[in-house]
Ligand binder design. Structure first.
Ligand SMILES: NC(=O)c1ccc[n+]([C@@H]2O[C@H](COP(=O)([O-])OP(=O)(O)OC[C@H]3O[C@@H](n4cnc5c(N)ncnc54)[C@H](O)[C@@H]3O)[C@@H](O)[C@H]2O)c1
Length: 410
C-alpha cells in the first residue's frame, strides 16, 4: 500500500524570540536611599556581584552596606582582569564563581566594572548553562557609552582580540555617570575616543560638544570631580545619553551582525591587531584612535573628507597589513572601513578589497600629515603601563582622599 506521507528532503525553519533589555539612568546607584538596584534583586533576596578590582577597592564597602540595608544576601567577587588576560582562564574563573554561588536558573549575575569585566562576565553568562541572566553596571567611560551598550561579549584568544564570544543581552544596564569621579583622566581620554568614533560618523552636535568641552570633560571627570560642575554635568549627560542612543540606533536593528557594513567598525578596522601587537597592550581608545586617524586619511585620499581632523601618528606599516588581512577575513573579503564624510556627522563604508598599492600610498601620505600634528601624533599616555604609574597621583587629585588602602590592595 502506498504511503500517504510525502518525504521532504529539506525542512526550513525559522523562529523568533523577543529580547527585552532596559537602560536605567540612575545617579549614585550605590547610595542606600536609591532603591533601583535592590528592586532588581528582591525576587531571590540574594545576589552574586562580580566587580572590577579597582571598583571593588573604591566602592566595595559601600556596595556591601547597600545590600545589607536591603537585607539581600550578598556575595561579592573582585575580578582583576587586564587586556592581557581577557582570556579563557579568566572566563573559567568567572564560571567557577557562578558555580560556587549555585545560581538558580533564572537568577541574574551582577557585573560591575569597565569593558573588560562586563565583556568577560557577559560571555561567562552567555555560555553558563547555555544562557544565564545578568545585569550590568558599567563604571568606565568606555563601559558607559560603548561596551555596556553592546550585546557583544567576548574574550581574546590566541593573540586575537575578542575572537571567542557571543551575543548576550543583559536584562538591565544601569548608567550612573557619577562613577566617573574616580576614573583616571587617562581612562576618560581613552573613552572619549569611542564617543569620537560614533559622533564623527553619525551625530555632528555630539562631535561639536567634544570639540568645545573635550578637555574639560577629561579634566573635570564629566563634571563629577571633587567639586561638582553642574553646568558641565548637564552638557556631559547630553553627550552620554546621545552617544548611547546613537549606538543603539545603529546596533539594535543589526543585533546579530547580519549586516557587516557597520559604522561601529570605524576605528576597529585595523585596531584589533594593533591593540595587542605591543606589550603591554595599547589602551583600547588609543588603538582605535590610530585606526580612526588612518581611516580619516583614507577618506581624505578618496575625496570623501577634507584633510583636517586627526591628531595621532601611525607608524605601524607592517601591522597595518596584518590588520587589513585579519579584518578582511572577518568581513567576507571586503574591508568595509567606515569613514566620516563631508562636514562630519555622516559616513560612508569603503568596500575596498585587499588593495595593497592603494593602501600603501594612503599610508605614506598619512604619515606626512601626522608628522605635522602635536607630539608628531603620539598620544600622551599611549599604553596601559600608565595605569600603575599615574593611578596614585590622579586619583588623589580627583577624589581628594587618601587611597593608601586601595593601593595596598590593588
Ligand atoms: N562589548 C563591546 O562591544 C565593547 C565595546 C568597546 C570596548 N569593549 C572592550 O572593553 C575593554 C576596554 O574597556 P575599558 O576601557 O572600560 O577597560 P577596563 O575594564 O580595564 O577599565 C579601565 C580601568 O579603569 C578601572 N576602573 C573602572 N571603573 C572605574 C571607576 N569607576 N573608578 C576607578 N577606576 C575604574 C579599571 O580597574 C581599569 O583599570 C576592551 O577589552 C574592549 O575590547 C567592548
Amino acid at each position: 500500500m502506498a504511503s500517504s506521507f510525502t518525504k521532504a528532503t529539506t525542512y526550513s525553519l525559522s523562529s523568533y524570540i523577543e529580547i527585552t533589555h532596559s537602560y536605567h539612568f540612575v545617579n549614585h546607584i550605590f547610595d542606600t536611599e536609591v532603591a533601583n538596584l535592590a528592586d532588581l534583586n528582591k525576587l531571590y533576596k540574594r545576589c552574586l556581584a562580580i566587580v572590577d578590582h579597582s571598583v571593588y577597592n573604591l566602592y566595595g564597602d559601600k556596595i556591601k552596606k547597600y545590600f545589607k540595608a536591603y537585607e539581600i544576601e550578598f556575595t561579592i567577587r573582585s575580578a582583576y582582569i587586564t587586556e592581557d588576560d581577557k582570556s579563557l582562564e579568566a572566563l573559567q574563573e568567572v564560571c567557577s564563581w557562578i558555580t560556587d554561588f549555585d545560581i538558580l536558573r533564572q537568577e541574574s549575575v551582577l557585573a560591575i566594572g569597565g569593558g573588560l569585566v562586563t565583556d568577560v562576565v557577559g560571555f561567562a553568562c552567555a555560555i553558563y548553562r547555555r544562557a544565564t541572566r545578568y545585569i550590568r553596571i558599567p563604571t568606565s567611560l568606555i563601559g558607559l557609552i560603548d561596551a555596556s551598550v553592546s550585546n557583544r561579549v567576548a574574550v581574546n584568544w590566541n593573540g586575537m582580540k575578542n575572537r571567542l564570544g557571543g551575543y548576550h543581552e543583559p536584562l538591565h544596564t544601569i548608567i550612573d555617570p557619577t562613577v566617573l569621579r574616580t576614573l583616571l583622566e587617562a581612562e576618560i581620554r581613552n573613552g572619549i575616543a569611542e564617543i569620537l568614533k560614533i559622533s564623527s560618523c553619525t551625530h555632528i552636535a555630539t562631535f561639536e560638544a567634544l570639540e568645545q568641552c573635550g578637555h574639560t570633560f577629561i579634566e573635570k571627570h564629566f563634571g563629577h570631580s571633587k567639586v561638582i560642575d553642574q553646568e558641565l554635568v548637564e552638557v556631559a549627560e547630553t553627550v552620554v545619553r546621545q552617544t548611547i542612543q546613537s549606538v543603539l540606533e545603529v546596533e539594535v536593528p543589526n543585533c546579530r551582525e547580519q549586516c557587516l557594513d557597520r559604522v561601529m567598525y570605524f576605528g576597529h578596522t585595523w585596531s584589533p591587531v594593533l591593540e595587542l601587537a605591543v606589550s603591554p597592550p595599547l589602551l583600547h581608545g588609543h588603538a582605535i584612535s590610530l585606526d580612526m586617524c588612518f581611516s580619516a586619511t583614507l577618506a581624505n585620499q578618496q575625496g570623501l573628507l577634507p584633510n583636517d581632523q586627526y591628531m595621532r601618528f601611525l607608524d605601524v606599516l607592517d601591522l597595518m597589513k596584518k590588520g587589513t588581512s585579519a579584518t578582511i577575513a572577518t568581513r567576507d573579503r571586503k574591508l568595509r572601513a567606515p569613514v566620516p564624510t563631508g562636514t562630519l556627522g555622516s559616513h560612508a563604508i569603503l568596500q575596498t578589497e585587499d588593495d595593497d598599492d592603494e593602501l600603501e600610498a594612503t599610508r605614506a601620505s598619512h604619515k606626512e600629515v601626522m608628522k605635522q600634528q602635536p607630539r608628531k601624533g603620539l598620544g600622551p599616555d599611549m599604553n596601559i603601563a600608565i595605569r600603575a604609574e599615574e593611578r596614585v597621583a590622579q586619583l588623589q587629585k580627583s577624589i581628594g582622599v587618601s587611597l593608601s588602602v586601595y593601593f595596598l590592595n590593588s
